[in-house]
Write a protein that binds this ligand. Structure first.
Ligand SMILES: [Zn+2]
Length: 127
C-alpha cells in the first residue's frame, strides 16, 4: 500500500464519518419533531389508526424514513469497518479495485461499476 492509498483511505474515512453524523443528526431532528407532536397532543396512537384512514400516511412515511436511514447507517458502518480491515475500495464481487470517481459519489459502495450494472441487469430479469 502506498502513501497515496493511505491518504485516500483517510479521505474516505472522514467522508463516511461526516455522512454518518449527518444521518444521526437528521434522526435527532426527526425524533424531537415527534416529541413536539406528542406534547401538543397531535401524535396519533396506534389504537386510533384504523379510524384515521388517509391521515396515517404521515406515520407510514416516518417508519419508511427510519428503515431507510437505518439501512444507510449500516452501509456506512460497514464501509468504515472495511477501511479498518483493509478491504475498502475492493469490489466484493470481482475483487477488482473500485474507481475513486465512483467512491466519491457513493463512498459506501461494495461493487465496482461493472458489477453493479451486471447485478442490476440480473435483478431486472428476475422481477
Ligand atoms: Zn466488480
Amino acid at each position: 500500500m502506498t502513501a497515496k492509498d493511505l491518504e485516500d483511505l483517510e479521505y474516505f474515512k472522514s467522508l463516511l464519518l461526516e455522512k454518518r453524523t449527518e444521518v444521526l443528526q437528521s434522526k435527532v431532528i426527526e425524533m424531537s419533531a415527534v416529541e413536539q407532536n406528542a406534547n401538543s397532543g397531535l401524535l396519533k396512537y396506534p389504537t386510533h389508526l384504523a379510524d384515521l384512514g388517509s391521515d396515517t400516511w404521515g406515520q407510514d412515511l416516518s417508519s419508511y424514513f427510519n428503515a431507510r436511514t437505518g439501512k444507510y447507517l449500516k452501509h456506512l458502518d460497514d464501509a468504515l469497518r472495511r477501511i479498518e480491515n483493509g478491504s475498502y475500495s475492493i469490489c466484493v464481487d470481482c475483487g477488482g479495485k473500485i474507481h475513486r470517481e465512483r467512491l466519491e459519489v457513493v463512498p459506501h459502495t461494495r461493487y465496482c461499476i461493472s458489477c453493479k450494472a451486471k447485478n442490476r441487469r440480473k435483478l431486472s430479469i428476475k422481477f
